[in-house]
Design a protein around this ligand. Structure first.
Ligand SMILES: [Fe+2]
Length: 194
């Protein structure tokens, strides 16, 4: 998890994004209906407006910054791209009002996924990752609540507005209930190996 710019830069970016995100939510009636069924209590443009980088320059600017982070991340992972590239294929908004949850899932067929945080009010949800070896543990005893991160079965990261988090798309993750009194707002994305 790392900031996408200085505190001032990301504050400015997020102030520009918030009204655009609200406009998207208000006008995307198909997405609202989809969200009622698939994202109870919240709104996501995942099924309807999932190329936000083509929606406005604000989103395109964010995409350009994320592109650089994804490039660094793939190098950190020693990915051998074999002449192909990691290309953003989806970019969508998530609005999580209080008590909304997003259950455990992966991002099928993508290589790297992640989220940029636009609004993270006090007590809003962390993002929680599951140890991918969990199906192998069988008779293995549970770990202490205060076990070090390397030994935990789940890792929760508390986001701050302006930060981006990247992970390999096969990592199962969820967003537990938003215990804040305000909306938790983020932009999520997928990069495919193309
Ligand atoms: Fe996700």
């Amino acid at each position: 998890m790392s900031p996408l710019g200085s505190v001032r830069q990301v504050q400015k970016i997020n102030q520009e994004l918030l009204p655009e995100i609200e406009q998207i939510r208000r006008t995307d009636e198909t997405g609202q209906k989809w969200s009622q069924k698939s994202y109870p209590g919240g709104y996501t443009s995942y099924a309807t407006l999932n190329r936000l980088d083509q929606f406005s320059t604000s989103f395109l600017n964010i995409r350009n910054k994320i592109d650089l982070q994804v490039q660094k991340f793939s190098q950190h992972l020693d990915m051998d791209l074999q002449g192909r590239k990691l290309i953003m294929t989806n970019f969508w908004v998530n609005i999580m009002p209080p008590k909304t949850v997003h259950s455990m899932h992966i991002h099928p067929l993508s290589a790297i996924s992640g989220t940029y945080y636009v609004q993270t009010p006090k007590n809003c949800s962390a993002i929680k990752f599951e140890d991918p070896r969990i199906v192998c543990f069988m008779g293995s005893p549970p770990r202490k609540t205060r076990a070090r991160d390397d030994n935990q079965r789940f890792i929760s990261l508390t986001p701050q507005a302006g930060q981006v988090i990247l992970f390999e798309s096969w990592m199962r993750h969820e967003v537990p209930p938003n215990l804040s009194r305000q909306n938790r707002i983020s932009l999520s994305f997928n990069y495919d190996w193309i």
